[in-house]
Design a protein. Sequence first.
Length: 158
Amino acid sequence: METATTARVRQLVEPVLIELGYELVELQLRNEPLGLVLRLIIYKDGGISLDDCSEVSRSISPLLEVEEPITRAYHLEVSSPGLDRPLRTERDFARNMGKKIEAVYRVEEVTRNVVGTIAGVNEIMVTITVDGAPEQIALADIVKAKLVIEFGSGKALV
């Protein structure tokens, strides 16, 4: 759930990220063992390198220091989504079009688990091809979804 603070941080950093060629995938502000952490998870075609994370950190830090949307001391962390990151938004599904996923969704009181390929997505529905047949699932009904990572041996890690 987005708070007034995270909404303000998002409002400040998204234009900078877009200008630099990145997409803000997720913004987290959490109390963790080392203190308050502001975590920006970024994406760009071709993947995210350490240099990308450094560039974003150097560009965002001065802005956050001047604007002070977070009034307590915090640590800024910039990272990539990672292979096992959950798919949540329409953009997440669109970005992974044609890839194999595992999805758990709930319709009324029934929970289903499917493995298939993303065949289409819009702001309301995602279409997953399961065993050759398209299955439309409302984004709002998806409890959990993630990429199925296949290795050369044909075995999958879900």
